[in-house]
Design a binder for this molecule. Structure first.
Ligand SMILES: Cc1cc2nc3c(=O)[nH]c(=O)nc-3n(C[C@H](O)[C@H](O)[C@H](O)COP(=O)(O)OP(=O)(O)OC[C@H]3O[C@@H](n4cnc5c(N)ncnc54)[C@H](O)[C@@H]3O)c2cc1C
Ligand code: FES
Ligand code: FES
Length: 502
């Protein structure tokens, strides 16, 4: 739905960098998407609208940001990203890759040589995801099949088939880079630093400091809070919601950090899902597949862990995992009397009060997610059941953490998704397991408790009966894996293992 009118909603100026030049747009309403601005205002119609909801990747563009003097590249979905969020960043669309003589960038040339396009509608999106990979791998070096598949998981093609496109991902690094097709990183960083700063504005607020963010939250409690906009973007494109004021948390320096402490890591609410899951996988490598199954790369590059937690969807992936890990959340607000930041901390499961409702006050924001580090003897697994393996939302999610000593369950915590109105902790099941011998009989009792603990609903993703059955089956899988049967997990089947089997 590209032709939304910008009517009474107030507007402001935004500037971003394109092909090394500053592009300034005036009177852009706070709720216009980047795709709308690219296609309607800049007439860059190479970037396509397929689904308008972050699923197909046809609208993929690449953003560049100067971080500690280096350029960081991220492929994102422009259809659900608000235009003002790219103020101060570099933007590449499919029109920006070939040089002035029409010579193609290796990301494009590889698609041609590998016959990676038929109708072509998805092709600009694939090319931009390939360009993002090219820039992030020092010119497409060392990309194996598994990485190609993982990084292209947010792009759908309905006619070519994926083999030639995956071939292109692996071959682009061997192709010459024509003069004028490369990115001059030093010049781009310098140009980004020279972009004009626009005066603070109440239509689209994107502060860079935490205190300022919280003051704006207190002053404008009705403003729509956004982070990566991978949930909120759909309220705009699919539910046609309009926002006269937006408060964007993603530029706040403090909230973009991952901090390491002796007993926990603290993940700022504005850390992208890509970076947050990288930090979680570093602590617990067994989360690698689970992390890659959260949406596709462009969604993970925009979306934040804080957005996932604050949104509180009962079928969100992070919450069951974080609940099982014993995570807590830190909420912050501006205390005007003391002229300082006030905060409170609560267990994640206590954040939620009902379907997408939580205990946050109108002047509060989620600031940190604190995740305990692995402890000695801990075993932890997170399982996601969805209709598609890649880029799909969970029907059921179950995360289990146990500490078993001398064959006795000393400690257990279980988080579940897709089974109640909120992400939930399976306390009754925990009680059935805690202090018991870790045995078939105990697990059988645990399965019965788990199936009885929740009354899931039937919807388009799964029936209630399926959800209840699967819940128990996942605990059974956890038990079997704990006994050494790792290969019962189909998630171990990926591009690399399938190729090895062929
Ligand atoms: C194609 C697609 C696939 C997806 N796949 C998955 C999936 O596999 N698993 C899954 O769990 N989710 C999935 N999602 C949902 C979405 O990506 C996640 O919920 C994401 O983490 C939201 O983060 P965000 O930064 O984009 O939040 P936004 O959309 O910006 O915000 C979401 C909500 O959180 C609030 N909010 C954001 N930050 C804060 C803060 N700091 N304090 C208070 N409130 C805040 C906003 O006001 C809003 O209500 C998918 C979405 C799409 C479009
Ligand atoms: S148009 Fe489908 S992801 Fe944006
Ligand atoms: S080439 Fe037609 S959808 Fe991919």
């Amino acid at each position: 739905m590209l032709a939304r009118m910008s009517t009474e909603i107030s507007a402001k100026t935004l500037t971003f960098l394109r092909r090394g030049q500053a592009v300034t747009l005036h009177d852009v309403a706070p709720d216009r998407t980047l795709l709308e601005v690219l296609r309607e205002d800049l007439h860059c119609t190479g970037t396509k609208e397929g689904c308008g909801e972050g699923d197909c990747g046809a609208c993929t563009v690449v953003l560049g940001e100067a971080v500690n003097g280096q350029l960081e590249y991220k492929a994102i979905n422009s259809c659900i990203r608000l235009a003002h969020s790219v103020d101060g960043l570099a933007v590449w669309t499919v029109e920006d890759l070939a040089n002035d003589n029409g010579e193609l960038h290796p990301a494009q040339e590889a698609m041609v040589q590998c016959h990676g396009s038929q109708c072509g509608f998805c092709t600009p999106g694939f090319v931009m995801s390939l360009f993002g990979m090219y820039q992030n791998t020092g010119g497409g070096q060392g990309i194996d099949r598994a990485q190609a598949q993982a990084d292209l998981s947010g792009n759908l093609c309905r006619c070519t088939g994926y083999r030639p496109i995956l071939d292109a991902a692996q071959q682009m690094g061997a192709l010459p880079l024509p003069a004028g097709c490369g990115v001059n990183e030093a010049a781009t960083v310098a140009a980004l630093q020279a972009l004009p700063q626009h005066p603070a504005d109440s239509a689209y607020m994107r502060p860079t400091a935490l205190a300022e963010l919280l003051q704006q939250r207190a002053a404008h409690p009705q403003a729509q809070v956004v982070a990566g906009c991978t949930d909120v973007g759909l309220w705009v494109t699919k539910m046609h919601k309009r926002f006269d004021r937006v408060l964007d948390v993603t530029a706040v320096h403090e909230l973009r950090q991952v901090e390491q402490y002796p007993h926990h890591i603290a993940i700022g609410a504005a850390v992208t899902l890509t970076d947050a899951y990288a930090a979680l996988v570093e602590e617990r490598p067994q989360l690698q597949t689970f992390a890659q199954r959260f949406a596709g790369l462009p969604v993970r590059n925009s979306g934040t862990l804080g957005g996932n937690v604050a949104n509180g969807s009962p079928i969100g992936d992070s919450m069951p995992m974080l609940i099982a890990l014993g995570a807590s959340v830190v909420l912050m607000r501006w205390d005007a009397k003391r002229r300082s930041i006030a905060h409170r901390e609560l267990r994640l499961e206590d954040l939620y009060t009902g379907y997408r409702t939580n205990v946050m006050r109108p002047d509060e924001l989620l600031a940190w997610i604190k995740v305990p580090r692995p402890t000695a003897g801990e075993s932890f697994k997170a399982y996601k059941i969805s209709k598609r393996f890649d880029d799909d939302i969970s029907a059921v999610c179950l995360a289990i953490r146990t500490t078993v000593k001398d064959d006795v369950v000393q400690d257990v915590s279980i988080g579940a998704g897709g089974v109640a109105a909120t992400p939930a902790r399976a306390r009754q099941t925990e009680a059935a397991l805690r202090g018991q011998t870790w045995s078939t009989a105990t697990v059988k009792a645990g399965i019965a408790a788990l199936r009885a603990e929740f009354q899931p609903i039937s919807d388009m993703r799964a029936s209630a009966a399926y959800r209840q059955t699967v819940l128990g089956n996942l605990l059974q899988r956890y038990w079997l894996e704990s006994q050494g049967l790792q290969h019962i997990n189909l998630e171990n089947l990926n591009a690399a293992t399938l190729e090895a089997l062929a």
